[in-house]
Design a binder for this molecule. Structure first.
Ligand SMILES: [Zn+2]
Length: 333
């Protein structure tokens, strides 16, 4: 059987330069029209949508384009006083994913003191299980993503002591596969998004020495396709969000130079929408706010000097991480 590669081709008409001003307008105007189809369809992840937009604008030095007070007010309304967790939007159940998004937004606005962080810490602590894993919410799904969310939240609010950290580390390491990668739970297939979560988890908890970096970095490098784009698993199409997850993991492991930065940059730039601004998942598709943040984040990791430096562990501007006095670890070769 012939070896078939799933990939895209990049034409000459695709953008080759960063469309900076168009992206500022794209994000600043996102969600302005409340009758907009996309706005209605994404209610269940509104809090994360705000994090993607706020972070993208801050990386471009344009945070002032959104109204800080309105956003902080919105977070307060989504903060459940009973559980201590934060919901995607008013009237929904809290979840650890949206609690992390809310904490990230508050850190960017230097507004952590506007919410009860003790309640947030209590919520995160209540989700830890006896084996060290974390539920995402009261419904009880377990996933290594939630382990990352837990330690990311607790380090940003400086309350790591509410969980059993040794057990949390043991659980994440029990999800490590023979290819060096990680899945969502023990014996689950390696996947770049979950590798990012587990490498980020080990970066926050100062346990990077537990990784088999040579093996894992090799697996991650194999995600780069002839177009320059990166996929999340063997035989999948390239996608801008995997550019972030793979590149951030390699950066944390000190091995960014193991892939072709030039080809990856060309792929990411080709995913920009030349008319509306914003990035899509791959060349020629419709842009969205999620891929816009991860496109900008990946370009920042690649050293684009029009963007602020991004922290690879938290996907937040480095100056915010410094101000929070959080020091996620990276490996220096
Ligand atoms: Zn994607």
């Amino acid at each position: 059987m012939a070896f078939v590669t799933n990939d895209v081709s990049i034409g000459d008409s695709e953008p080759r330069e960063l469309l900076f001003d168009k992206h500022v307008e794209y994000i600043a105007n996102h969600g302005n029209d409340k009758n907009d189809y996309e706005y209605c369809m994404t209610e269940f992840l509104r809090m994360s949508g705000i994090y993607w937009g706020v972070t993208g604008l801050d990386l471009m030095g344009q945070l002032g384009r959104l109204n800080r007070d309105d956003i902080v007010d919105f977070i307060r309304k989504c903060h459940c006083p009973v559980s201590g967790g934060v919901a995607a939007c008013e009237g929904h159940d809290p979840h650890i994913l949206y609690t992390l998004s809310a904490v990230q937004i508050l850190c960017i606005y230097d507004a952590l003191d506007e919410v009860d962080t003790e309640a947030i810490a209590r919520y995160v602590g209540s989700l830890q299980q006896l084996d060290g894993s974390f539920f995402g919410d009261k419904w009880g799904e377990v996933d290594t993503r939630f382990s990352f969310c837990a330690v990311a939240i607790l380090s940003l609010i400086n309350k790591m002591s509410v969980i059993n950290l040794d057990k949390a580390v043991d659980f994440v390491m029990s999800c490590c596969n023979s290819d060096g990668g990680f899945g969502s739970k023990p014996n689950a297939e390696s996947h770049a998004g979950l590798i990012y979560c587990c490498v980020g988890f080990l970066s926050i908890t100062d346990q990077l020495h537990r990784l088999d970096c040579e093996k894992l970095a090799w697996w991650l490098c194999e995600r780069q396709l002839p177009s320059g784009g990166l996929n999340g698993r063997p035989e999948k199409l390239p996608d801008v969000c995997y550019s972030w997850w793979v590149l951030a993991s390699l950066t944390i492991m000190g091995r960014l130079h193991w892939i072709s930065a030039e080809k990856l940059e060309r792929f990411i730039l080709s995913c920009q929408d030349g008319e509306t601004g914003g990035f899509s998942d791959r060349t020629g598709n419709m842009p969205d706010i999620f891929h816009t943040l991860f496109g900008l984040g990946a370009l920042s990791l690649l050293g684009d000097d029009r963007l602020r430096k991004v922290n690879p562990t938290f996907c937040m501007p480095q100056y915010v991480i410094d101000r929070c006095k959080v020091q996620p670890k990276t490996i220096v070769l």
